[in-house]
Write a protein that binds this ligand. Sequence first.
Ligand code: G3H
Ligand code: 13P
Ligand code: ZN
Length: 330
Amino acid sequence: MVSYKELGLVNSREIFKKAIMGRYAVPAFNFNNMEQLQAIVQACVEEGSPVILQVSSGARKYANQTLLRYMAQGAVEYAKELGKNIPIVLHLDHGDTFELCKSCVEYGFSSVMIDGSHHSYNENVELTRKVVEYAHQYDVTVEGELGVLAGIEDDVVAEHHTYTQPEEVEDFVSRTGVDSLAISIGTSHGANKFKPAQCTRDENGMLVPPPLRFDILEEVERRIPGFPIVLHGASSVPQKYVEIINSNGGKLKDAIGIPEEQLRRAAQSSVCKINIDSDGRLAMTAAIRQTLSEHPEWFDPRQYLGPAREQLKALYKHKVVSVLGSAGKA
Ligand code: G3H
Ligand code: 13P
Ligand code: ZN
């Protein structure tokens, strides 16, 4: 058993408190490899933002749990070396069993999500409460979820979303003891969040997706004032990356995300954690495809992973400065 405190990590309690008071959101960026981690740490150190390093169970399988622990510890040391001791959380994304959450606590995670949203309400409460009871013994914070997001949640694929029912939140929070709550207000996972038929067009002919359900968010806030809310599925799917990918051999169809304006609005509410994974995947893939088509003779991975890392870093800086508002809050 290793405590996250020995690794120099923090749990999410204080940073969420500050984010709600300061009307911004902390970025939760997923990572699976070194270049992603370097880009996240460089961007957040340079912009002085707290950060949540997010690991899915798929990432844990891909990268190896022991390696991940040392990578997170490395991220703390790397941030210091870059000149700033920013708060860094290591968080399990979409944990689906008690055993997985327990194992992450034992491997040095400072925060875990137990996603019981695919179970019945009472089963979700039971499972979440069990994880909270275990995790809190080690001062590890826990995120629960109410409502189902459409799209891919690790091994779980949900065809349809179910909005969070605000009537359930007080009971869920008090019975489980969770530290934060992910809600479903119209975001979804992946790069295809909406079908073109669901969208309207603006004056430039660009597709405009249906707005998020801010009415649900406001009702949740009214019922549990000041409680930390989490938004999953919050990638914006920048069309510049989709175009670069598709003009360099890629085939992405109907890739549509959440407009940044809506995320800016959410970040000023009690939403204090915004999850972004797909945008990073798109930025990285765009840079790799473009570099390899411009330099078909290159075969050293550093030649294409280097530009991909730069592109990712630019994306993360943009998010913390212009969307989440977390720059300078570390
Ligand atoms: O919500 C899911 C995250 O984007 C993680 O995706 O399970 O493919 O690592 P993954
Ligand atoms: P995106 O697919 O919109 O980036 O969402 C990521 C996420 O919610 C990870 O939990
Ligand atoms: Zn998610």
